[in-house]
Write a protein that binds this ligand. Structure first.
Ligand code: GLA
Length: 722
């Protein structure tokens, strides 16, 4: 909903939960008057600071100055000496800023060719248009408020209506200025096989940055930052949490200024972007999400999970579970038709309903050195082609899936020989190989076209139902051989838009194709990729205890339905941890369950256990896949500590408790369930009736155990009143 005070240029955007009040001052400062809990109307109790403080820059008729206002958007070189959300120059290289207010409208609009908030019926839009008369460039600040959550998205369009180019050195999607001085910064950092580790830092009078310049969004940093109250706990504490619907380079910054006010920005990483905007051209930034609340870490979690499900994901696996057997850890590059034929009936017998051939199925691919780019079937491994395996899967009532790494190429491929200028590479210098491979230049339309055709043909010819879309290196150097010298700093941005175009087209051409997102595990887990894909391989670390920890952190943002979670062998292939089958099954059942081991190595009892587990998983699918999952302990980096996740959907709950390291002091602990409905009674594990209040406050008994990393699960179901 939107209320506008035309006389004072005050815009009040609100839903049931939050209010954002913007005022245009002196016709050019777009000021944030209030952002927080919903207020019925805005009266201006928080008066503006109209004093010209030391060093402030102002024009004679200005009552205000940029140094001390809370701004919605800011310009470099115009007296706002904090981090600014934009830096724009005219044809002489002179900075442009202090755009004048022109008009507003409420047209529903979204950035073209980019992932964005879906479900537009239940939303309110506000577009504020500003102009620079000198260059005739217009800057439009877009706001989209979803009416069912304390969440807004912000983004920006820049239009050049003049007759000379302007240069965009920086154009962030979001800026949030708040008058709080005692907040902390929450973010997630990580590495390959150790994704999404929480980080909470003090905010001092300096600038902190969370960013990527690797061509991908993660895993070293995640495009997410939150300003949180210093005393934030699971359920209490104010927050301003932001995520970014973008899969490439990004930068989020937080500054505490000279007056101890906080500024947070989020946008495409300006270090790797410089865009010359020609006359009549438009540049649009991706959407950034901002969520406000006072209900602590689980509040952020609940809001983002709900928002993603309702407004971003396609949720195509809502009804029926797809349980894959993936060949990677079963046979690595040694996969072949005989093995597939042997594993398939066994898999079908246990209830697995998707057979995925991972890496190794195409010509000259017996190691990481092999041939990427041509995607021709290795006839020695698969003499009758993949079609035979696909048919077999379908006759066993299973779907058929295939691994592919579309954006990559090796120099021994036919594609490279034919189109050496299609790779990101400096032709005058030695190749910078990573995992022996180079990256195709997806900023080039011809490459996009090739990929759309090649993948769609592969899917069609082999009746493929599912692809695992992998990406196993990062950008270096970011060079498009077909672009001019002035365009090189647009390549990162155009690459991601090219990738989105390819994904969009492939989905259109193959409407039933399921896509799993993967980048050496969780190397590109972000809202942009989740928009186009159905689930994500979140980590190459298949140790179920460690992966459960990664999942528990990722729940801050993403719903459980997104995470692939496969049963793997013991000792684990990556870290050698030994875990009993029960533990591995219980933990892998949190997320989208699958199997990633050689079933030939399972004895009859183990196969029976797996079958029983899959049956149960299918029965509880709605709870695991479509519910909300919350942490019962605050975020920690300490790997020895327990983790507990409570799943909830309608009247059903499940608590899964991973003990961490064992303790020699053998006393029971009690875990309050916090989130059950207080006026209801529940059945615990199908036997004992307990009230919601008792379970919420007295809690479950966590019996002491002997031995590291054990796991237990409790089921709680509401007792219906007669
Ligand atoms: C990446 C993926 C793995 C597997 C291999 C295949 O590392 O994350 O799951 O598919 O590539 O090469």
């Amino acid at each position: 909903m939107l209320k506008v005070d035309e006389n004072n240029h005050i815009f009040h955007l609100f839903n049931e939960k939050i209010s954002l009040v913007i005022q245009i001052l002196d016709n050019h400062f777009v000021v944030n008057r209030y952002f927080g809990r919903r207020i019925p109307f805005f009266a201006g109790s928080n008066t503006l600071d109209d004093v010209h403080h030391a060093f402030s820059v102002f024009q004679d008729d200005d009552r205000y100055s940029a140094t001390n206002l809370s701004l919605e958007y800011s310009y470099e070189n115009f007296g706002d000496y904090r981090i600014t959300s934009s830096s724009i120059r005219d044809v002489n290289g002179y900075p442009i800023g202090n755009y004048e207010f022109l008009s507003y409208d409420t047209t529903p609009i979204f950035p073209k060719g980019m992932p964005h908030v879906r479900n537009n019926e239940d939303t309110t839009y506000l577009n504020l248009e500003l102009t620079d008369k000198e260059t005739k460039t217009n800057l439009i600040l877009h706001y989209l408020l979803v009416n069912d959550a304390p969440i807004l998205t912000k983004w920006v369009t820049m239009k050049n209506q003049g007759d000379r180019p302007v240069t965009i050195d920086k154009l962030d999607s979001l800026q949030v200025d708040i008058s709080r001085d005692d907040y902390k910064l929450l973010s997630f950092s990580g590495a390959h096989a150790k994704e999404f580790q929480p980080q909470i830092t003090q905010i001092e009078n300096n600038i902190q940055e969370i960013s990527s310049n690797r061509g991908v969004s993660s895993p070293q940093h995640q495009p997410f930052v939150a300003l949180i109250d210093k005393d934030t706990s699971l359920d209490y504490g104010e927050y301003y949490a932001s995520s970014f619907i973008w899969s490439g380079d990004f930068k989020a910054q937080v500054e505490k200024d000279q007056y101890n006010h906080l500024r947070m920005t989020m946008g495409v990483n300006a270090d790797t972007l410089k865009w010359e905007l020609s006359p009549k051209e438009t540049f649009e930034t991706p959407q950034a999400i901002i969520c406000y609340g006072k209900n602590g870490l689980n509040g952020i979690s609940k809001n983002f999970q709900t928002f993603f499900k309702k407004h971003l994901l396609e949720n195509r696996l809502v009804k029926s579970p797809l349980i894959p057997l993936n060949t990677w850890e079963a046979s690595y590059f040694g996969v072949n038709a005989d093995l597939c034929k042997e594993l398939m009936p066994k898999a079908a017998e246990t209830g697995i309903n998707l057979f995925v051939i991972d890496d190794g199925w195409f010509i000259n691919r017996n190691s990481e050195k092999g041939q990427l780019g041509d995607w021709k079937i290795d006839k020695e491994k698969f003499p009758n082609g993949l079609e035979e395996i696909s048919r077999l899967a379908h006759t066993n009532n299973m779907k058929f899936g295939l691994w592919i790494e579309p954006e990559m190429i090796t120099t021994n491929s036919d594609l490279f020989k034919k189109h050496p200028d299609w790779v990101m590479n400096n032709p005058k210098r030695p190749h910078l190989l990573s995992r022996n491979q180079l990256i195709l230049d997806l900023s080039n339309n011809k490459v996009q076209k090739y990929l759309i055709e090649t993948i769609s043909n592969l899917v069609k010819e082999n009746h493929i139902d599912y692809i695992k879309w992998d990406f196993n290196r990062q950008f270096a150097p970011t060079i498009s051989q077909t672009a001019g010298s002035t365009e090189q700093e647009t390549v990162d941005f155009k690459y991601i838009k090219g990738l989105y175009h390819v994904l969009e087209r492939i989905r259109k051409i193959n409407p039933d194709l399921i896509i799993e997102n993967c980048a050496s595990g969780g190397g590109r887990v972000d809202p942009g990729m989740l928009y186009y894909t159905d689930q994500t391989w979140i980590s190459d670390l298949t140790d179920s205890v460690s992966r459960f920890r990664i999942i528990s952190n990722m729940l801050m943002l993403y719903p459980l339905s997104v995470f692939s979670s496969h049963l793997s062998k013991s000792p684990n292939e990556q870290d050698g941890r030994m875990l009993p089958l029960n533990t591995r099954l219980l933990l892998s059942g949190i997320g989208s369950f699958g199997v990633e081991l050689n079933l030939n190595e399972f004895n009859a009892t183990e196969l029976k256990k797996l079958k029983r587990f899959i049956k149960e998983y299918k029965t509880n699918y709605n709870l695991v896949h479509n519910g909300i999952a919350l942490n019962m302990f605050c975020l920690t980096k300490d790997e020895t500590k327990p983790i507990a996740i409570l799943l909830s959907k309608e009247n059903k709950y499940s608590l899964i408790y991973s003990y961490g390291k064992t303790d020699s002091v053998n006393i029971p602990k009690y875990l309050p369930l916090r989130y059950l409905e207080e006026n209801k009674n529940y059945l615990l594990n199908g036997s004992q009736e307990i009230s919601g209040v008792e379970l919420n406050d007295a809690g479950l008994t966590i019996e002491p155990i002997k031995g590291d990393y054990q796991v237990k699960k409790w089921d709680v179901a509401e007792i219906k009143q007669k």
